[in-house]
Design a protein around this ligand. Structure first.
Ligand SMILES: Cc1ncc(COP(=O)(O)O)c(C=O)c1O
Length: 379
């Protein structure tokens, strides 16, 4: 019989070296370990206001045909999205969450001889997918204000560069790349380099007058646009459907057509497609969720400023706090956990002294504020 060591040897070295995504702690884990009297789950940038009330009915209806495979092209959802985004249906591909679409981009467009440029602290899903496909990732340091250094990104473009990945707003910093910065970046980008704009949190940022509207970039009639741009969006955040796993990519029809060939055929499920369509039809919930998120974020930022807790101004549904060092960030995270507040310490994201906190319901924010008053001062 093979020993465990023999078994490991059949796994490619780069996969053995992979660290893998470490998700935030679940409520069950925290209850079991710390037995707090209440829990506020603020670690995963989920929507604390739930989802549109029509979703359960739409899901129930889709359940009745769950014995059948779903529509492989998700045409109903694509038609709705195309109408909403004023684009062609052929410019859209639907996936099981935007993370899965990032994996799809990696396995379809890039190889080990290429390079993807991004920043030192961004969504780890990109690094994991690139690592799996052995695509080197060049990580440009963020500026001292945790914003993207467009000049340095532009300067690092070389003949191996096949893509530049920009999460806008960025996770975990909550910062944005502005209209002006995006324009500058596009001026430096050779045509054949794919610009991936990951806009998982765009609904929360679009109120900001500096935030760029990326849709004209992929408009097929816009000859000034960067032709190789892929916009990535998700139903997991503002729409509150994280568990359904639905995301989409919008880009030039030719690139999108290729992705349809390489994606897993029946993802996402018909139930998830129905949930997303129902969510798209409810502008009232979306607006409410955006406004409540903004209010909670502004309120939290005012609290942090008042208590001299260093943080980075955010345009998303989370705020990054900055402890003096990694040891103290770990210590604060642990003491918040003991009080039932689940937050994200950011060593895995490349900011060891950072703590990312999702904004949430009034009672959760109150719970957090009380806990921060004691945890931060004793750190
Ligand atoms: C920037 C960014 N992109 C993509 C994702 C993945 O989202 P999804 O649930 O659509 O896979 C996340 C999730 O946190 C994210 O922060």
């Amino acid at each position: 019989m093979s020993t465990e060591r023999d078994m490991l040897e059949i796994i490619p070295t780069h996969i053995r070296a992979l660290k893998g995504y470490v998700p935030g702690k679940t409520i069950d884990e925290v209850v079991l370990t710390y037995k707090p009297s209440r829990i506020s789950k603020l670690a995963s940038n989920e929507n604390r206001w739930g989802f549109a009330p029509g979703v359960p009915k739409a899901v129930g209806k889709a359940m009745q045909v769950a014995n059948n495979y779903p529509s492989a092209l998700a045409n109903n959802l694509r038609a709705k999205l195309a109408a909403k985004l004023s684009c062609e249906q052929e410019q859209l591909v639907i996936g099981a969450g935007s993370e899965s679409l990032l994996g799809l981009f990696c396995r379809t467009f890039f190889g080990p001889e290429d390079e993807i440029i991004t920043v030192s602290a961004t969504f780890v899903g990109l690094n994991i997918q690139a690592h799996i496909h052995q695509i080197p990732v060049v990580q440009i340091p963020l500026k001292s204000d945790y914003r993207f250094d467009i000049g340095a990104i532009a300067a690092s473009i070389n003949e191996r560069t096949r893509a530049v990945y920009i999460a806008n707003p960025n996770n975990p910093t909550g910062t944005i790349i502005t209209k002006e910065e995006l324009g500058m970046l596009m001026r430096y980008l050779p045509e054949e380099v794919i610009l991936i704009l990951d806009e998982a949190y765009f609904e929360f940022a679009r109120e900001n007058p500096l935030y760029p509207d990326s849709l004209p970039i992929v408009n097929q009639k816009n000859t000034a646009a960067h032709p190789n741009t892929l916009i990535l969006r998700t139903f997991s955040k503002a729409y509150g459907l994280a568990s359904f796993r639905v995301g989409y990519a919008l880009g030039p029809a030719q690139l999108i057509k290729t992705l349809w060939k390489t994606k897993n055929t029946f993802e996402p499920s018909g139930i998830s497609e129905a949930a997303a369509i129902s969510a798209l039809e409810d502008d009232h919930f979306l607006t409410k969720s955006i406004l409540q998120t903004r209010k909670a974020r502004q309120d939290l930022e005012a609290f942090l400023a008042h208590h001299d807790i260093p943080h980075v101004p955010s345009s998303a549904n989370f705020v990054m706090l900055l402890a003096p060092d990694e040891t103290q960030a770990l210590h604060i995270t642990e003491s918040l956990l003991r009080l039932g507040i689940i937050v994200r310490q950011l060593s895995p994201f490349g900011i060891p002294n950072g703590i990312r906190i999702t904004v949430g319901l009034e009672e959760e924010m109150e719970h957090l504020k009380q806990a921060l008053k004691s945890s931060w001062s004793t750190s």
